[in-house]
Design a protein around this ligand. Structure first.
Ligand code: BG6
Length: 500
């Protein structure tokens, strides 16, 4: 990897402390960073280098005692008023001085861990001091979510950023793409000969994706209320998972080939029209309840949330992908806060066999083979199929074949941010979202947002904290199987051992 300086705007904030610095620290400990490497924290707080190092280490248990000194030496800090363009001269000056002293060769990554209103200001100010131009080194810009508020604002943000930085320099981060298991979806599908031949409308009955969280909005009520689950989780994380599950095989494993296929997939999703929203989208909001022995607050009682808020903390959608592979196959996705457990998984339901040989068997009714791909926790894969119960007759029983990442004892599943930061340092954009596909994902969610805003008759269902969301979400599911698969913490479908 090239020598470089990793500049974090918003360095005194929560994300830098919780995710970015620990990830860079781990990369350092695992020997991935070049000798000539430094982090420059930039924000308003008046820290010295020393105070910044201390704050990074305070209450952070990421520090590996043995390597902590050598990591601390790589941390520097520059206080500026981020809203004052003139002040960026100080950043430039500091970077040049560090280049000279540390041999970082003018290569900079700028990470914007700041409120969205600064997403265009900071790049403009950087450009004002020639910090956007490749020349004597690379310049890369990392943008956190939310990337826009709807399709129009995402398009505008893209245009504004591209005034100062080329698309190749812009890295839009979606931390779900850094998850090992999300990346593994591509390997499961395209490095094996057995799944892909079945991966289409001829064999798959429907696909379900659940991303459940047991936590509420906590202290993020202010942000969350202007966002809601559709913007917070669906437009980005869930749509990325859908893309990995449903896209066509790319011609290559490089950034452009993969991102071209994702764009094509987003363009193939049939938009839910505003007048269909009540039928295909269910929204819910958690209400206070006694859960696990504790009284849990309802969403409207959370800090920073208005008394009559209509923000959704739960959403379930049904949609179709209008292409050759998926015509007629329903996709169901849902996410919510204050559900019984934290788990994200994909369930691929295969069609039943065309002819029921063992038709007198009641179990056969529920015999669709399922492939469950667990994103988190208990990462792994589980295939469910029918076996003959030993003994007389032909009684069939569902059994499971499973793989758990935890079985790979010598491998640790790395934190999402670690992988993503390493990639931007190397200049690999494969796991970052391209501007056009972010817009395409917004295009899908936009009519739903509009319908909810413009049509107060579309119900917002309350669901007690600690339950699986509004019951009516089951009505979305077509056919014999009439409810969602509710995941446990552990990857199993046997119902014998389900830890919430
Ligand atoms: C974030 C959302 O992007 O993802 C949060 O803003 C959510 O509301 C989080 O809790 C979930 O991420 P993970 O990695 O814990 O599944």
């Amino acid at each position: 990897m090239d020598p470089q300086i990793f500049v974090i705007f918003g360095a005194s904030g929560d994300l830098a402390k919780r995710k970015l610095l620990p990830a860079i620290h781990d990369l350092h400990c695992r020997g991935f960073l070049p000798e000539q490497f430094a982090v420059l924290g930039v924000s308003r707080t008046e820290y010295s280098d020393e105070a910044f190092r201390k704050s990074a280490y305070t209450d952070n248990d990421f520090i590996d005692e043995n390597k902590s000194d050598s990591f601390a030496e790589k941390l520097f800090y520059q206080p500026i008023d981020t809203l004052d363009g003139q002040e960026y001269g100080k950043v430039r000056h500091r970077l040049l001085e560090m280049d000279e002293r540390l041999g970082t060769q003018g290569n900079y990554v700028f990470y914007l861990s700041v409120p969205p209103r600064l997403y265009t200001e900071i790049p403009a100010f950087l450009a004002g001091h020639d910090l956007n131009e490749h020349g004597n080194g690379f310049r890369r810009l990392v943008i956190e979510k939310p990337f826009g508020y709807d399709e129009a604002s995402a398009r505008q943000l893209n245009q504004e950023l591209q005034e100062y930085f080329d698309e190749e320099q812009i890295f839009r981060i979606d931390h779900y793409l850094g998850k090992e298991t999300v990346q593994n979806l591509l390997v499961t599908r395209f490095a094996n000969g057995i799944f892909e031949p079945l991966w289409n409308r001829n064999y798959i009955h429907h696909v379900e994706i659940t991303s459940a969280e047991s936590i509420g909005v906590g202290a993020r009520g202010g942000y969350y209320d202007s966002s809601g689950a559709l913007r917070d989780m669906v437009q980005n994380h869930l749509m990325q998972i859908v893309a990995h599950v449903a896209m066509e095989p790319p011609i290559n494993a490089d950034a452009d080939s993969i991102r071209n296929e994702k764009l094509k997939l987003f363009q193939s999703i049939r938009p839910i029209r505003e007048d269909e929203v009540a039928q295909y989208a269910i929204r819910g909001q958690y209400i206070g309840a006694k859960y696990n022995g504790d009284q849990v607050k309802g969403y409207r009682e959370e800090e920073g949330v208005p008394d009559h808020s209509s923000a959704e903390t739960y959403v379930a959608l049904k949609f179709f992908i209008d292409n050759w592979r998926w015509a007629g196959v329903p996709f169901y996705i849902r996410t919510g806060k204050r559900l019984p457990t934290k788990a994200t998984e994909i369930v691929v339901y295969f069609k039943s066999p065309p002819h029921h040989l063992f038709r007198n068997n009641a179990d056969m009714l529920n015999m669709n083979n399922q492939l469950i791909i667990r994103i988190q926790p208990d990462e792994g894969l589980l295939l469910q199929f029918g076996m003959k119960v030993p003994g007389t007759g032909f009684h069939v029983k569902n059994v499971e074949m499973d793989f758990h990442y935890s079985d790979l004892t010598d491998t640790e599943v790395p934190e999402a941010y670690e992988r993503l930061l390493l990639d931007v340092m190397k200049g690999d954009a494969t796991l970052y979202s391209r501007g056009d596909s972010v817009e395409a994902a917004w295009k899908f969610v936009d009519p739903i947002l509009k319908a909810w805003k413009n049509n107060p008759d579309i119900k917002l269902y309350g669901y007690p904290a600690g339950t699986w969301g509004p019951d009516v979400a089951d009505d979305l599911i077509e056919g014999e199987r009439v409810s969602w698969r509710n995941p446990c913490r552990n990857l199993t479908d046997s119902q014998n051992f389900c830890e919430l």
